[in-house]
Design a protein. Structure first.
Length: 203
C-alpha cells in the first residue's frame, strides 16, 4: 500500500506540475488576447469561439519564441531585455536565479552544474549528492586554508531548492555518473532504475 502510494506520487507530481505550468501559460495568453480590440481577436476572424484555441495558441507561442531565440536577432533581443531586467534590483535576483536553474535542468549544454559529487552532509559520516558550480571568490576564502569549491546540494523531491556550500576540495568525492542521473535519483527520492547509479552508490 505504502509503496503504491509513493509510486503514484512520483508519477503524478511531475505531471501535475507540468500541467499547472502549461495551464497558467494558457490563462496568461488568454488574458493577453482579451486586451486586443474585438476586431483583432481570433474569434472575430474565425466566426466565434473555438474550443481549445488557447492551447493551440500557447503551443504556437512557445514554438515561435524558441525559433526567435535560436537566431541571431532573437539572441540580441534577449540580451537587450535581460540587460534591462538586470538593472532592476529585486527582479535581477529573481530572474537570474530562475534562469540559471532552468538552463541547468532544461539545457543539455547547461554549465551551471559541471560535475556530480558526494560530500559529507549534513553531519560527518553521512553523504549526499552535490553539484560543483565553480570556485568561490578569493575574497571569501582568503582567510581559509586550502582549496575550496562551490557546491549545490539539491533537496528531495524538488531539486530546485537546496543548499549552496563552500567545501574543501579534499572533502569532495567525484562520481563517474552524469548530472542528469543524479537529478533522477534525487527527484525519485532514491528510487531509481538506473543500474549505473545504483552501482556507484553501493561503492
Amino acid at each position: 500500500m505504502k509503496k503504491n502510494f509513493i509510486t503514484g506520487l512520483l508519477v503524478l507530481i511531475p505531471l501535475i506540475l507540468t500541467v499547472w505550468v502549461l495551464f497558467s501559460l494558457i490563462q496568461f495568453i488568454d488574458q493577453v488576447v482579451l486586451l486586443l480590440p474585438e476586431h483583432l481577436r481570433p474569434e472575430y476572424f474565425l466566426g466565434g469561439d473555438v474550443f481549445g484555441f488557447g492551447v493551440v495558441l500557447t503551443f504556437l507561442a512557445v514554438i515561435f519564441t524558441g525559433v526567435i531565440a535560436n537566431n541571431f536577432f532573437g539572441k540580441k533581443l534577449i540580451q537587450v531585455y535581460e540587460n534591462i531586467l538586470n538593472r532592476v534590483p529585486f527582479i535581477k535576483s529573481v530572474y537570474s536565479s530562475i534562469k540559471q536553474v532552468s538552463d541547468t535542468l532544461l539545457k543539455s549544454s547547461g554549465k551551471a552544474f559541471s560535475k556530480a559529487v558526494l560530500i559529507e552532509f549534513p553531519i560527518e559520516g553521512t553523504y549526499t549528492f552535490a553539484f560543483i558550480t565553480g570556485e568561490p571568490d578569493a575574497l571569501i576564502t582568503k582567510k581559509l586554508k586550502g582549496k575550496f569549491v562551490n557546491v549545490y546540494v539539491p533537496t528531495t523531491p524538488n531539486p530546485t531548492s537546496g543548499y549552496t556550500l563552500i567545501v574543501p576540495v579534499k572533502k569532495v568525492i567525484e562520481l563517474d555518473i552524469s548530472v542528469d542521473q543524479v537529478l533522477k535519483y534525487v527527484i525519485s527520492m532514491g528510487v531509481t532504475n538506473d543500474p549505473k547509479t545504483k552501482k556507484t552508490i553501493k561503492k
